[in-house]
Design a protein around this ligand. Structure first.
Ligand code: NAD
Length: 363
């Protein structure tokens, strides 16, 4: 199979979808790997490392899309890439289709088969290709929250851990999955006062067992959410209903209850966001303010720490890229299993129920 690795074109995206070691693995199995020149530079991976691993270099994204049977990417195809996609081509990347009607229509029209990292589910029911980026975004959310709570960034002027005689920040984390638990771990390390809310009682029991004493677990219902956001200096939005649009747990009118200068980091913005007033932002212009609440809603947070994220992502994706290359697209679609779970669009039809529900389309 010919596998293509284009350079990411989304604004401020520094990740690349394959490491030189991944190229070497594929080439040793008899595949060809075409990497767009300078695709790895944002992650500190120069072209010569890919060449040494056996890759062929292409001068442009169009060259990569034009030759490859399987395109491996990081972010969803961007409008300038839509026309490069061929019917029957296999695309393996993050799509988050439920959050974007335009992208979904473009993928239906393309005739390509879209394998979405975010819905690949393993035998234990986990989402192993969402996990590493959620770990990065969860840890990073506290780093960003700490920064935007500073007064020069329009925040309340609060130090997360406080100091002796002055209380720490209160951090409310909506959703105690991978993002939420990683956020809590870092927040706890800063000595903040942390509450994690979730609707999954088993998850809350587990978190209660493993988290330090400055992290409390709370059942997520409307009353508790309202009580929490009034106390919070920092709110982390990290809920997920896999494949579906995020539930809006904080409504526009609720912002008036929050403290002026408090900060919301809506990590779930890639699925539409769990704060009604969230809309996607970029690393170059990450925040905006509504009702005196600072909103940080960067849809590709891990892109800012490209090197860490590239290695974390490729560690998780590579076994599946190799499997897809070895068995081919049709076998992956036909056989029940994790790769079949990843197929969101095939031959002009949506094949994932949650995505279809988001647009009231048949599946
Ligand atoms: P996860 O499935 O591990 O966790 C989601 C949690 O939300 C689950 O524990 C679930 O029980 C909980 N939940 C569902 N409904 C809830 C409700 N009403 N109240 C409280 N909790 C509720 O998912 P994750 O890996 O932690 O990802 C969270 C979100 O972050 C996803 O939308 C993911 O796409 C996104 N994400 C964004 C970025 C970014 O750069 N912005 C990066 C990585 C992940």
């Amino acid at each position: 199979m010919i596998i293509g690795v284009p350079k990411e074109v989304k604004s401020d995206e520094y990740r690349v979808s394959m490491l030189p070691v991944g190229v070497e693995e594929l080439v040793s199995r008899g595949h060809r790997v075409i990497v767009e020149s300078s695709a790895g530079l944002g992650s500190g991976l120069p072209d010569h490392e890919y060449l040494r691993a056996g890759a062929e270099l292409a001068a442009s994204g169009a060259d990569v899309f034009g030759q490859a049977d399987l395109i491996v990417k990081v972010k969803e195809p961007q409008p300038e890439e839509y026309a490069m996609i061929r019917p029957g081509q296999l695309l393996f990347t993050y799509f988050h289709l439920a959050a974007s009607g335009g992208l979904t229509d473009a993928m239906i029209d393309s005739g390509a088969t879209c394998f979405a990292y975010e819905t690949l589910r393993d035998a234990k029911g986990r989402l192993p290709l969402l996990t590493p980026m959620s770990e990065v975004a969860g840890r990073m959310s506290i780093q960003q929250g700490a920064k935007y709570l500073e007064r020069p960034q329009m925040g309340r002027g609060i130090l997360l851990g406080g100091v002796p005689g002055v209380p720490p920040a209160h951090i409310t984390i909506l959703g105690g999955g991978i993002v939420g638990s990683n956020a809590a771990k870092i927040a706890a390390g800063f000595q903040a006062d942390v509450a994690i809310l979730d609707v999954d009682l088993d998850r809350l029991r587990y978190l209660d067992d493993i988290m330090p004493a400055n992290v409390n677990t709370l059942y997520s219902d409307r009353h508790t959410i309202l009580e929490q956001i009034q106390r919070a200096d920092l709110v982390i939005g990290s809920v997920l209903i896999p494949g579906a649009k995020a539930p809006q747990l904080v409504r526009k009118e609720d912002l008036k209850l929050m403290k002026p200068g408090s900060v919301v980091i809506d990590v779930a913005v890639d699925q539409g966001g769990c704060i009604e007033t969230s809309h996607p932002t970029t690393h170059s212009n990450p925040t905006y303010i509504i009702d005196e609440v600072v909103h940080y809603c960067v849809a590709n947070m891990p892109g800012a720490v490209g090197r860490t994220s590239t290695f974390a992502l490729c560690n998780a994706t590579m076994p599946w890229v190799i499997r897809l290359a070895e068995i081919g697209g049709q076998a992956a679609i036909d056989a029940a299993g994790p790769l079949r779970e990843a197929v969101n669009v095939h031959q002009g039809r949506i094949t994932n129920q949650a995505v279809a529900n988001a647009f009231h389309l048949p599946c």
